[in-house]
Design a protein around this ligand. Structure first.
Ligand code: PDD
Length: 286
């Protein structure tokens, strides 16, 4: 049994639907968030909600919640109704339902969908993953978390077909932006940590922000500057970050072996720090 939330109603997933004229379906005119929960505690909730508010604002989609407290209640209800302890919340808000027309409808109510997913076993990621490089074919507003993810979908599929976990996107100027579902960090030989700045060319990841905070607290220097593909051969370590997988060491980029195909020490340290930061947010012990 799986219960989800659609426009004010809690329904069985198999009984829930939105209109075929939903603008999310027709134009990807919608935003989303993926939020982790552990032992029924929402992780990094405020950061996710702040990004959601920003995404809505940037796309001029009316907020369906005057007070985001009601969204928190919906999410907590869903966790209880589904009796799920650990997993992910997928939340999508579209501009609404209206006869197909590129122009914003004069009157439309946003469609809100909230679904829960079980967490997957990600233990094997500790050993590190292979990634490949691809051209970044996305638009100029990757900072907005929209469901317009076709380039990301194609990139992720290419990675899978080439036996890799992720595709790392390279822009026209030969700089590495991010993965198709993750941000990427590099560690130089002097332990300087480098990642793309949070601007319109990447999604400012919640995990990315937390990892930067944790690294700085441990006195690592963090440089938020794009890395040129030419500099890849000089890096000591690399790792990916995202809500669904946390911190994941990268051990191979195309044919380039990273830290002798073993997770690097800094990556491992940040992986542990990120895990304990998540644990600190767990209040009860179900
Ligand atoms: N994706 N960059 C992109 C393009 C992403 O799609 C994601 C996450 C991230 C990492 O963001 P965060 O740390 O806030 O999860 C970076 C989610 C998990 C998804 O689409 O399923």
């Amino acid at each position: 049994m799986s219960i989800c939330y659609v426009n004010g109603k809690y329904l069985l997933k198999k009984d829930s639907n939105v209109s075929i004229e939903d603008r999310g379906l027709n134009f990807s005119d919608s935003v989303y968030e993926v939020i982790a929960f552990r032992k029924q505690n929402l992780l990094n909730y405020v950061k996710h909600i702040n990004r959601l508010k920003r995404s809505l604002n940037e796309l001029k989609i009316n907020s369906p919640f005057s007070n985001f407290k009601s969204l928190e209640i919906i999410i907590k209800n869903l966790i209880k109704f589904n009796a799920l302890n650990n997993g992910f919340i997928y939340l999508q808000i579209t501009r609404g339902t209206s006869i197909r027309n590129h122009l914003f409808p004069k009157f439309s109510k946003p469609n809100v969908i909230v679904i829960l997913y079980n967490s997957k076993d990600t233990d094997h990621f500790k050993k590190g993953v292979k990634v490949i490089t691809i051209d970044d074919m996305r638009w100029q507003r990757c900072d907005i978390k929209t469901t317009s993810l076709l380039a990301n979908v194609l990139g992720k599929q290419t990675a899978e077909e080439k036996g890799a976990y992720e595709s790392i996107q390279i822009n026209k100027q030969n700089y590495i932006t991010e993965g198709t579902t993750s941000n990427i960090f590099f560690v130089h030989s002097d332990n300087l940590i480098q990642t793309h700045p949070s601007n319109n060319n990447i999604l400012g990841g919640v995990t990315r922000d937390i990892v930067i905070e944790l690294a700085k607290r441990k006195k690592f220097k963090v440089l938020e500057k794009p890395l040129n593909i030419r500099s890849l051969k000089t890096i000591k370590e690399a790792f990916l970050t995202s809500t669904t997988v946390g911190v994941v060491p990268v051990i191979k980029i195309d044919n380039l072996k990273i830290s002798e195909c073993k997770p690097g020490l800094v990556s491992k340290q940040l992986m542990i720090l990120f895990k304990s930061n998540s644990k600190k947010q767990i209040k009860n012990n179900l």
